[in-house]
Design a protein around this ligand. Structure first.
Ligand SMILES: NC(=O)c1ccc[n+]([C@@H]2O[C@H](COP(=O)([O-])OP(=O)(O)OC[C@H]3O[C@@H](n4cnc5c(N)ncnc54)[C@H](O)[C@@H]3O)[C@@H](O)[C@H]2O)c1
Length: 352
């Protein structure tokens, strides 16, 4: 009989439901303890999962230290990511933590030092590595299907915060909680995808902007200033002189959840998008410049799940492409470089 993992789940909002579903699908996880500072979320998810009162924590430190919890899954807003990771490292508890790694880079540095001294099995929520079409694109690039890659463009668009929707002020607009806006929220996924497909960032420049600069407080009705970006664009030179152009915003009407990459090699092009998660477009040209555009179905071997890889991590068998501690740390390093590039209007070189 395969080992089951007793999970403590911290943060019981929207994304927690996705994690609950993923855990259920693998049938190797039992959620035995939960934590949230919001009593309504606690009651709702506690009742949904049948968690006893004694295992409903307000303080995540107590959940991490609970000896009945083997594994922590952290799905909180960004301001507590670092503290939960620190608690897991200190108590040597394996964990899955949501992106971005931390709120600001200064929080990331001591965590890496701790991890390097005493690592524990860890994985981070860079979930687009598990979109089958992206995984297939990575395989095709590695097989040389489009030749030597010279450049790519990548965008991650959502539309929920466009001005006409009058979305009230939520934690995603609060710099003290998020660190950055669309950049850390969606941009971290683009950075991860670029690293997953191509390699490390070597240098970059950036422009960030706040399109909707005021939002209404949903409780008091007062108008609050938004201090984080809701548009970010940057361009980077990656390993092997691969040039990438990036844009992200949450104000793109009708985009839904549109994360996509176009990849240009010397004998072909690949277009891949979350709008078609199980297909990609491969373009090639023959000697007489006749263009053929083929839609390829993703093979089953590329349909790997996030929690199947997490089980492997917990069993000490880290598989290729698993979003690791170092991936999350480097991601935060790139986020920080983008913010510095924007603030100083200079090109930033990264230590790789
Ligand atoms: N990987 C992905 O594709 C993906 C998608 C969406 C969100 N996320 C990440 O998941 C995290 C949560 O996002 P969400 O959309 O679920 O947010 P949410 O606001 O819906 O839920 C967050 C929950 O955390 C709780 N919380 C806040 N402070 C807490 C604390 N100190 N201790 C315990 N609980 C606390 C809140 O009360 C809320 O219930 C974020 O870091 C976000 O970046 C990842």
């Amino acid at each position: 009989m395969k080992k089951r993992f007793r999970v403590g789940l911290v943060g019981l909002g929207e994304m927690a439901q996705t994690h609950i579903r993923y855990m259920k699908e693998e049938d190797r996880f039992d959620i035995v303890a939960i934590c949230d500072v919001d009593s309504e979320a606690m009651a709702r998810v506690g009742d949904q999962l049948g968690i006893t009162d004694g295992k409903r924590y307000i303080d995540y430190k107590q959940l991490i230290e609970d000896s009945d919890v083997d594994v922590v899954v952290s799905v909180t807003p960004n301001n507590v990511h670092a503290d939960i990771v620190e608690g897991c490292l200190r108590t040597r508890k394996p964990f899955m933590s949501e992106k971005p790694f931390t709120r600001i880079f200064e929080e990331a540095v001591p965590l890496l030092e701790m991890y390097e001294q005493r690592p524990v099995p860890a994985m981070f929520g860079f979930s687009y590595r598990y979109t089958p079409a992206f995984r297939y694109a990575r395989e095709l690039i590695r097989e040389g299907k489009i030749g030597t890659v010279s450049s790519f463009s990548i965008q991650y668009l959502q539309g929920w915060s466009v001005a006409s929707k009058n979305i009230p002020y939520v934690w995603r607009f609060n710099k003290d909680i998020t660190g950055s806006g669309t950049l850390g929220d969606l941009g971290s996924h683009m950075i991860d995808m670029a690293r997953f497909l191509f390699g490390e960032f070597e240098e970059l420049s950036a422009q960030m902007h706040t399109i909707v600069s005021e939002r209404t407080d949903p409780i008091t009705g007062s108008v609050l200033k938004v201090e984080v970006d809701d548009f970010a664009s940057f361009q980077g030179r990656l390993t092997g002189d691969i040039m990438g152009v990036f844009q992200t915003t949450r104000n793109a009407v009708g985009s839904g959840n549109q994360h996509e990459v176009s990849i240009y090699g010397d004998i072909g092009t690949i277009h891949v998008s979350t709008l078609e998660p199980e297909r990609l477009v491969w373009i090639s040209e023959d000697e007489s410049s006749r263009v053929s555009r083929t839609t390829l179905d993703v093979p089953n071997r590329c349909k790997v799940t996030q929690y199947a890889d997490f089980i492997a991590v917990l069993e000490g068998n880290v598989l290729d492409g698993t979003p690791s501690f170092m991936d999350a740390y480097r991601n935060q390093e790139v986020l920080d470089a983008i913010i510095r590039a924007n603030d100083t209007k200079t090109v930033i070189r990264l230590n790789v």
